[in-house]
Design a protein around this ligand. Structure first.
Ligand SMILES: NC(=O)c1ccc[n+]([C@@H]2O[C@H](COP(=O)([O-])OP(=O)(O)OC[C@H]3O[C@@H](n4cnc5c(N)ncnc54)[C@H](O)[C@@H]3O)[C@@H](O)[C@H]2O)c1
Length: 303
């Protein structure tokens, strides 16, 4: 049965630009009450005004997702203005890449701090409120295809995105039966400002003396035009949430790579009979050997 989300309050991080903005637009058109959080005040104001021109009202919230105290203040503000947050989208992220031998600790702290820490901080703030109130809800994160298969020159990005994917898979199992759904959005390339925004959001204490970063998004408008638009992505995320998809994937071009990884893992399992007594012992640890969360993902047939 399709999930009804109209009237629910949604907080989207990184909502001033790109995919977060695309989701804000799709959610607001579908009747959700939307707040967009971002650390760039100018972009927040511009996006809020542009969406208003299209007849869509969103509440702008200034927030650096790496700041835990600010998270509490931001969610308090949204709840005062709009009501309890039922939908959280941990989407704010940066595209820091570079060969591992060239990366500094500052690069790692910046990348993991935003791409993993920012998502974690949002969950730590919103999840207890949702569960304490007994409300239904939806926790969505923007991982990436790079959170499912590894990419050379993107070790810190993959580390953060794989961490997000794993955390949310475990959380999805924990939340079964609570009325709170989990969706892990793993897009391929999308037309956004992720490359240009990298420098705009990098804090002074995490800047390198020498520039090492190599933004992932290509600057060429011709190449960008091959990519999916943020508006389409927003609509696809909403459709995936309504289907209660565990994974929201958008780009069929990545099917071979994802299958190759799954098959490599299967091939790596020792071709020998399992130790019966050990297996029986391990079965008592709930989902350790087999997590039913994977069986819940249905075959996605595009509308
Ligand atoms: N663009 C792609 O091709 C692509 C592909 C796969 C996954 N992603 C992921 O999608 C998400 C959205 O990225 P996008 O492509 O729309 O980029 P974007 O730069 O257009 O939007 C990201 C937004 O996050 C904000 N942000 C960054 N750091 C922040 C912080 N510390 N606190 C608050 N806001 C912060 C930025 O100001 C920006 O408005 C990211 O998590 C990214 O890793 C992007």
């Amino acid at each position: 049965m399709t999930k009804h989300l109209g009237g629910q309050v949604a907080l989207i991080t990184g909502g001033a630009s790109g995919m977060g903005r695309g989701m804000a637009e799709a959610f607001a058109r579908d009747g959700m009450i939307v707040a967009i959080a971002d650390m760039r005040g100018d972009a927040l104001a511009a996006t809020t005004a542009e969406l208003a021109e299209a007849g869509l009202r969103v509440l702008p919230v200034l927030l650096d997702v790496t700041d835990r105290a600010a998270w509490v203040a931001a969610v308090d503000l949204v709840e005062r203005e709009l009501g309890p947050v039922q939908v959280l989208v941990g989407n704010a992220g940066i595209g820091l890449t570079g060969m591992m031998r060239d990366m500094t600790y500052k690069d790692w702290d910046f990348s993991m701090g935003v791409n993993f820490g920012g998502v974690l901080n949002g969950l730590m703030t919103v999840l207890p409120r949702l569960l304490d109130r007994g409300l239904s809800g939806h926790l969505v994160v923007t991982s990436s295809t790079a959170g499912l298969t590894a990419v050379d020159g993107a070790a810190s990005y993959c580390a953060a995105k794989f961490a997000v994917t794993g955390m949310m898979e475990a959380l999805a199992g924990e939340l079964h039966g609570t009325g709170v759904d989990v969706s892990i959005f793993c897009p391929g390339p999308v037309q956004t400002d992720i490359g240009a925004n990298l420098d705009r959001v990098r804090p002074a204490h995490l800047r390198n003396e020498h520039v090492t970063e190599d933004p992932i998004s290509p600057k060429s408008p011709v190449v960008q035009s091959l990519f999916m638009t943020a508006e389409e992505v927003g609509r696809r995320v909403l459709a995936g949430m309504k289907r209660r998809d565990l994974y929201i994937l958008t780009h069929p071009e990545f099917a071979g790579g994802i299958a190759a990884r799954s098959e490599a893992l299967t091939r790596a399992i020792p071709d020998e009979p399992p130790h019966e007594e050990r297996a029986r012992y391990l079965q008592q640890f709930g989902t350790l050997l087999l997590n039913p969360v994977y069986a819940r993902q249905q075959k996605v047939v595009p509308a």
